[in-house]
Ligand binder design. Structure first.
Ligand code: J2J
Length: 558
């Protein structure tokens, strides 16, 4: 059987058989991998949460803790296949909860710390989540009141678990189950709990897509396919038991989770260290103290680190490899990273839907700074096509289509969207415009999808447009990307006011978006009022024309 579980389109049988036969799908599960690593090297440190007080977990401790949490969740009626919306910053509890749910076969839905009521309510209702896990407060925001409101309007939501002071909800610290602790003391800790855990071909979690539509699509990943992307990444990046990886970006993002990320490091038996904030003032002392060897950054952060490293005086000599990806990294910036940080650079061009490309450790330096790498797998199929879907000549630009052993065949519960987001023969239309060098490396040249890449954070213009359209004075709106020296892109909302409406200020449009309860990075950076939009031949607003209209006037960030 190849059915990965509820409502997830999957690979045709002949592909699944091929991927197994080739050894990509090893028939492992996350729960099993953690157990095996704990048995093989129980006393190695798996995880460090350095703030506010340094906490560590050995592989044995992590495995036991995950068992107790899984048993506690089970005792509270959470079972295999249930969805649990997770919204935690980079704290040890995030890792514990993910691994506990994976062990049970319950499905984490990875919200980001920046998400607010609009996104959270949508994730909870669309996935019919039974539980929602939050911090009490984070970055000046109290998540408990939001959780109360979401719980009131979401019938499926039975539990809110809180890291810290629970208020009216349940403290996560009360969940671990004492009964299973007794069990695990009596028998050796290697003995699995009697959980109806998942099969390797079944769903592991729902990851968020960057999105181009009014609401984010959910990405169903299986144990088999995601684990392949992890060990495949480990081989390319040289991750092993001595790797000390710093999780700088939000741990729920696909990049710091899987490329090779904290899950890749766990697979290899190495150590992950959680960084509470990505700025050099927070991160550099942790790099120094924890002797960090590897990390992953988005381009704007890589710039900040490059500039800060020579002047802050921290000892970063343990750093061996920094991965940069998530948005286009300019060759000029890329050239400066290694000398400044005293480490090697690897570019990574990946996507939560699957395909991940890396430059290689033995690539010549020019390839590393000018390309975004080549795929993990020999069985990652790459097609570059023109607007009509015809293959472009070798070396030419094209729309990137891909299919392979860790690229999804469809979004979760989205048959209509899947009909256009995938070709009939199962290639995912990435929306990226790339070209391929003779060595097989991809160079990202642009984007055909309607999306803004704000320093690695993806914004779906349609989502923001729908919010602004709800403003009583607004007749029409179009949100586009404008170039930005630091973030790469920022967002600009062109607003057409209703005839006779009171004039609005840009700040009041931004305030309106913020008040609707969405992630702060989605609030338009710039707002301009116009009388009409440029039209295309077929009478639709031309985003391309709007973008080029905005480009010359766009002010550069500091
Ligand atoms: C240009 N554009 C890039 C790059 C991603 C590893 C690394 C990144 C992601 C990620 C990820 C880019 N240069 N180096 O999941 O595992 C843009 C492309 C792509 C989209 C995917 C991983 N690296 N991009 O960024 O799902 O447009 O994944 O299609 O967030 O980011 O976004 P996301």
């Amino acid at each position: 059987a190849t059915t990965p579980g509820i409502d997830a389109p999957t690979w045709p049988v002949e592909f699944a058989e091929r991927y197994r036969a080739a050894g990509y799908w090893r028939g492992e599960t996350f729960g099993g991998v953690l157990r095996e690593r704990a048995a093989a090297h129980p006393d190695r440190i798996a995880l460090v949460d350095p703030a506010p007080e340094r906490r560590t977990w050995t592989y044995r401790e992590l495995d036991e803790r995950v068992d107790r949490l899984a048993a506690g969740f089970t005792a509270r009626g959470i079972s295999k296949g249930d969805r649990v919306v997770l919204q935690l910053p980079n704290v040890g509890e995030f890792i514990e909860v993910v691994l506990a749910l994976l062990r049970m076969g319950a499905l984490p839905v990875y919200a980001l710390p920046a998400h607010r009521e609009t996104e959270i309510a949508y994730f909870c209702s669309f996935t019919e989540a039974v539980a929602y896990v939050i911090p009490d407060q984070h970055a000046g925001f109290d998540h408990r009141a939001l959780a109360t409101r979401v719980k009131e309007r979401t019938p499926s939501l039975r539990h809110v678990f809180v890291v810290g002071e629970p208020g009216e909800h349940t403290a996560l610290s009360e969940v671990p189950c004492a009964v299973s602790r007794e069990v695990s003391r009596k028998v050796s800790y290697e003995t699995p709990l009697p959980l109806a855990g998942p099969e390797p071909h079944e769903l592991a979690f729902l990851q968020l897509s960057g999105g181009t539509t009014g609401v984010p699509k959910l990405i169903p990943r299986t144990h088999d396919d995601y684990l392949y992307s992890l060990w495949g990444s480990n081989e390319i990046c040289g991750v092993d038991a001595d790797t000390r990886f710093l999780v700088v970006l939000p741990a729920a993002h696909n990049f710091p989770m899987s490329s090779p990320g904290w899950l890749g490091v766990l697979y290899a038996g190495g150590t992950s260290v959680l960084c509470p904030r990505p700025d050099p003032a927070t991160a550099f002392p942790i790099v120094e103290r924890e002797r960090i060897t590897m990390t992953g950054l988005v381009p704007p952060l890589a710039l900040v680190w490059t500039e800060a490293a020579p002047v802050t005086g921290h000892d970063l000599s343990s750093l061996d490899l920094v991965l940069v990806g998530g948005a286009k990294y300019s060759a000029e910036a890329a050239r400066r990273l290694s000398p400044a940080l005293g480490c090697r650079l690897m570019q990574v061009f990946g996507m939560a839907e699957g395909l991940v490309n890396y430059t290689r450790l033995d690539d010549d330096p020019e390839t590393v700074v000018t390309t975004q790498g080549r795929p993990i797998s020999p069985d990652d199929e790459i097609r570059l096509v023109d607007d009509a879907g015809q293959d472009v000549p070798e070396g030419g630009f094209g729309h990137l289509l891909t299919r392979g052993p860790y690229t999804i065949r469809g979004y979760w519960r989205a048959p209509e969207h899947n009909a256009t987001a995938f070709t009939e023969d199962g290639f995912y239309r990435t929306g990226d415009i790339v070209r391929r060098t003779p060595s097989g490396h991809l160079v990202v040249e642009g984007r055909a999808k309607d999306q803004i890449n704000r320093g690695g954070e993806k914004i779906a213009p349609e989502e923001v447009e729908n919010i602004i359209l709800a403003h009583p004075s607004v007749h029409d709106v179009s949100v586009v990307a404008v170039p930005d020296a630091y973030l790469g892109e920022r967002s600009l909302a062109y607003v057409v006011l209703r005839a006779g409406a009171e004039p609005l200020k840009p700040a009041s449009v931004k305030r309106f978006v913020r008040a609707r309860g969405v992630a702060a990075y989605k609030v338009p950076d710039l707002v301009e009022f116009v009388d009409t939009f440029p039209q295309t031949g077929i009478g639709k607003v031309s985003k391309k024309t709007l973008r080029s209209a905005a480009a010359p006037a766009a002010p550069a960030a500091p």
